[in-house]
Each structure stands twice: as C-alpha cells, then as structure tokens.
Design a protein around this ligand. Structure first.
Ligand SMILES: OC[C@@H]1[C@@H](O)[C@H](O)[C@@H](O)c2nc(CNc3ccccc3)cn21
Length: 445
C-alpha cells in the first residue's frame, strides 16, 4: 500500500469534441473534425462526434459522477467553434453560456476546473480561409480566441492549458493523415508544429493578463516510452530521432528556448520557417507542464524513412484494445526525465488510461479488472517518481466517460464510466468504484 502526499490532487477528464455532441446546436460552428468525420472511410463505422455522449445536455449528470468519484479537479476543453463559430470575429454568447453552466456547476461541486483551450477542434472556417495550422495567421487567430475566453472566465478558471498534444495533432493530422484535417504532407506537418508552439506562446501572457493572482498556465504534451528494437547504431539513432520528433521538439523550445539541434540537422530544408522573436514568445515561462502517458513504442530503423520510423510489436506482453503495450515503468521514466532534464516547476499527469473490451453484466455492472490493474501499476510507478522528488501535483485518469476515440470511433472504451450510447445511460465501472476508494484514502493498494 502506498500513501500519496497530503495535497496531491486526483482528477479525471473529457474533451469537447469527444463527449459534447450538440454539434449543430446553439450557434456552434463547424470544426475540422466535423468535416473529417463526414469524409467516408476516415472513421471506423463512419462515426462522428455529432452526438457523442450528449454531454452538452447531460453535463449536470456527469458532474454528479465527478462528485461521486470525489475528484478534486476536472480536465475539459473549450470548443473554439462554440465560442467563435467562424474562428475569428463574432462571439457566440450561447457558446459562452454553456461553459458558464459547466464551470459554475463544477465550482458549486467544489471541483477545480482545468481548462484546455484547444483540443484539436479547429473552426473549419480557418481551415478553409487560411489553410488552418499551416498558416502562421492561425496562431494569431488562436490568441484572439484565447483573449475572449480568458476575459470571460479568468476569475473562475485558474488552471489553463493552452494546447493538448501539439505533436499528435500536427503529425497525425498533417503527416500521417488519420486525424483532422487529414493532410499527408511532411513539410507542412513540421511547419504546423511551429505554429502550434507560436500559438501557445502568444496565449501565455493573454491568459495571465485576463486572470488573477491564482492563475496558472501550462501546456499538455504527450510522452511515450521509446526503446530501440536492438542496440545497433541505426536502431538507436532512429529512436533518438523519434524522441526528438515527439518529445524534445516541443520540450526544448518551451523550456530551453531553442529547437533541438540534432532534429534541426536531420530535417535540413524541411525545418519550419520561423521569424525573429518567435523563440522568445514560445519560451515564455510556465507554471506547470501537463503530461500524458499511455504506452511504449519499440522503434526500428528503416532506410527509406525520413520523418517517421516504424515501431515493432512486442510479443508476449499485455496490450490494450488500442494494441498499445502496457508498460508502467514508462510513466516513471517520463516523470523522472522531465524532472532531471528540464527542471519543470510542477507537473500534472493529465491523461493516463487504457481501452479494454468492457461489457455490461446482466445486473448492470461493468467489471474491468484489466483497467484496475493498469491504473494500479501506473500509479505505483507514479508514487515512486514522487518519492524521488518529482514535483507531480496531481494525476488525472483518462477518461471519465467512454467517448469518441477519434479515428477509432466509439469502439474503444477508455472510461471509468461506461456509456451505453443508444440510451446515453452512464454506468460506473468497477475501475470507477476502485478509483473512488483511491481518492478517498489517497492511497493505492
Ligand atoms: O487515445 C486516448 C486519448 C485520446 O482520447 C485523447 O483525446 C488524446 O489527448 C490522447 N492522446 C493520447 C496519446 N497519444 C496518441 C498517439 C497517437 C494517436 C493518438 C494519441 C491518447 N489520447
């Protein structure tokens, strides 16, 4: 049994496009994910977030679940297309009204809102008019949106995350093409990474100016344990590059003020175009780093690869429904690395969780022992990292609810609460009851 620190905060989360639904309600504009999902063949079963978990209408019921769990914090994202339906200019009051209801209900329940300003749902109008994140202008449009939102919520929301996982939305969305907007252009993908980082840096002083003495700002980056399939120089170099692409390309400009030289060298003339002053904007000091961890990837050299090296399957070890290896030691490695190499002032673990094939029993219960085991093993590693001095302030399990899992649609269930989509009925899974006890006792057995 391990005891977590007195002030350690426990949470969970959801994100706008994955749970809200109400895609055409109350003035919400189209997002690039609406457009992407409408393109046949992009999403399993051609599903979309049009209805999702109907959280837009059922948020009070979902907050009651948060209260039942006993969480102290709740991660959610604000949908830019609800606030500014065309991405710039006119503000949609009904969009602000929804998040007013959500935030006020959270505060009423004694739950700290942790708001992410961008979780991949760019207004489609900006994709049409500017080319989306390929255009530097979109970073400035993001800053305008951030100003509107933080002016409105700055006295009630004190923990802000500018972006969720710029690496994932940059490369899955613009290089691999399995996320919105579905581009497959290496040069464009790397250029978007710079515009995401610029957007982040532009947002930081705006959030502070519109907040108060309790306002804290961060960004959420995703981390995967990366190991070479062998110790050959080629496999080691391929792994080092992928660590650069997925991790150091974002950590270094934010915490060290410059892109990592080895990646810049590798990219050659594919390196993003930047402007004087960008580096200083991107490196504006943060109060905390949000970190997501799920799994390990074992990387193999490929002589034809340039920007993406392949990973190999690891046989004989547990995998989740996403075919992600269960590798708890990786969360310890990630946390201690951030502390050792980047001296991050404070860290929140924003997402950690697993998709398993959950099913409802005849008595309306859901047994998910594999998820309990996954969470327990990762939390034990988290505890070891904290005991070694990592300034981890809180942990949030992904996710509160089963939800729209991007290109996988609804077949992947990450929730500690089961969602029966045809009826929208919520059922707390065994992992939810287990997590409730972890929070109440602040211990993991
Ligand atoms: O896939 C589970 C969650 C997803 O639902 C969240 O919206 C997103 O923030 C999230 N990020 C990761 C980590 N990495 C990742 C890698 C490749 C594709 C998608 C996500 C997992 N997840």
């Amino acid at each position: 049994m391990v005891q977590f620190p007195e002030q350690f905060r426990w949470g969970t989360g959801t994100y706008s496009y994955q749970v809200e639904g109400a895609a055409h309600e109350d003035g919400r504009g189209e997002s690039i994910w609406d457009r992407f999902c409408a393109t046949p063949g992009t999403i399993v079963n051609n599903e979309s977030g049009l209805v999702a978990c109907d959280h837009y209408h059922r948020y009070a019921e979902d907050i009651a679940l948060l209260k039942q769990l006993g969480v102290q914090m709740y991660h959610f994202s604000i949908a830019w297309p609800r606030i500014m339906p065309t991405g710039r200019g006119p503000v949609n009051q009904l969009g602000l009204d929804f998040y007013d209801r959500l935030v006020d209900a959270l505060l009423e329940a004694g739950i700290e809102p942790f708001a992410t300003l961008y979780h991949w749902d760019l207004p489609q109008a900006l994709q049409d008019e500017l080319g989306g994140w390929a255009n530097r202008e979109t970073a400035y449009a993001f800053a305008e949106y951030v100003d509107v939102v933080t002016k409105h919520f700055g006295s009630r929301i004190h923990n802000w995350l500018t972006l969720n996982e710029p690496a994932v939305t940059a490369f899955e969305g613009h290089e691999i093409g399995i996320h919105a907007p579905g581009a497959r252009d290496v040069r464009l993908a790397w250029q978007t990474t710079h515009h995401f980082l610029l957007a982040h840096g532009l947002a930081v002083p705006i959030i502070r100016a519109n907040g108060d003495e309790k306002t804290r700002v961060g960004i959420t980056l995703n981390f995967t344990q990366l190991d070479p399939v062998s110790d050959t120089p080629e496999d080691v170099a391929a792994t080092r590059f992928m660590d650069g692409k997925m991790h150091r390309w974002f950590l270094d400009p934010i915490f060290r003020g410059a892109y990592p030289a080895d990646v810049v060298k590798h990219l050659g003339d594919y390196v993003p175009k930047t402007e004087t002053g960008d580096a200083e904007i991107i490196a504006r000091p943060l109060d905390f780093l949000g970190a997501n961890y799920y799994t390990r990837s074992v990387i193999k050299h490929d002589p034809t690869a340039f920007s993406e090296y392949p990973s190999v399957d690891v046989e004989g070890v547990e995998h989740t429904e996403m075919d992600w290896e269960v590798y708890p030691r990786g969360i310890y490695n990630m946390l201690t690395r951030l502390h050792r190499e980047y001296a991050v002032p404070r860290i929140y673990l924003v997402e950690n969780g697993a998709a398993f094939a959950d099913a409802v029993n005849p008595d309306d219960t859901v047994d998910d022992p594999r998820r309990i085991a996954y969470l327990r093993e990762h939390l034990l590693q988290v505890h070891t990292a904290i005991a070694e001095g990592v300034p981890l302030a809180g942990y949030s399990v992904w996710a509160l609810l089963d939800n729209f899992e991007w290109s996988e649609g609804y077949r992947m269930r990450f929730g500690i609460v089961y969602v029966d989509y045809p009826t929208q009925k919520r059922i707390m899974k065994a992992s939810g009851h287990w997590y409730q006890k972890v929070i109440a006792s602040n211990t993991v057995h």
